[in-house]
Design a protein around this ligand. Structure first.
Ligand code: HEC
Length: 134
């Protein structure tokens, strides 16, 4: 073989080797491929109960929402609120207290104030409102 022929042969071999290597690694990848597809996570369904406990409402209003020494019962508040008014109340309680019972609440829970949840997504507050008014 002449020198150029040797070079050509060497390049060809290199090519073939690289080609085979590529094929091999490609096959190794195949089983992983389905995992690598980024699936958009379905948004976790948040239940009103879950929100009420994760936002800490239960510490003052009780696990069954029937009231504690820190806050009143939320059991029969349907009579007092429309959905919108209740959402407004949750967002800014001090400005949206309506009714005589709030004067009574002040006496019963002198050391506790209903905190405002204005930083919580309104959709979530809507879920809570629906739940409390159902
Ligand atoms: C730090 C204790 C505390 C926490 C936490 C709390 N509340 Fe209250 N809540 C109160 C108190 C006390 C009142 C009575 C009004 C007042 O004194 O501000 C009240 C009043 C209310 C009322 C009005 C009740 C009525 O008679 O109409 C609603 C509705 C309410 N809370 C819902 C919630 C929800 C929903 C959460 C959670 C997102 C929550 N509260 C978290 C203490 C709390």
């Amino acid at each position: 073989m002449t020198k150029p022929q040797i070079w050509i042969a060497a390049f060809l071999t290199l090519f073939i080797v690289l080609f085979m290597l590529q094929k091999l690694t490609e096959e190794k990848d195949v089983p992983n491929k389905p995992n690598m597809v980024l699936k958009s996570e379905p948004e976790k369904e948040v239940t009103p109960e879950g929100l009420i406990s994760s936002l800490g409402c239960v510490t003052c209003h009780g696990g069954d929402l029937s009231g504690t020494s820190n806050g009143p019962s939320l059991k029969n508040i349907k009579q007092y609120w429309s959905r919108d008014n209740l959402i407004n109340y949750l967002r800014n309680p001090q400005a949206n207290m309506n009714g005589d019972r709030f004067t009574e609440y002040k006496k019963r829970f002198p050391n506790f104030l209903m905190p405002s949840f204005g930083n919580v997504d309104v959709k979530k507050l809507g879920k809570i409102a629906d739940y409390l008014l159902k």
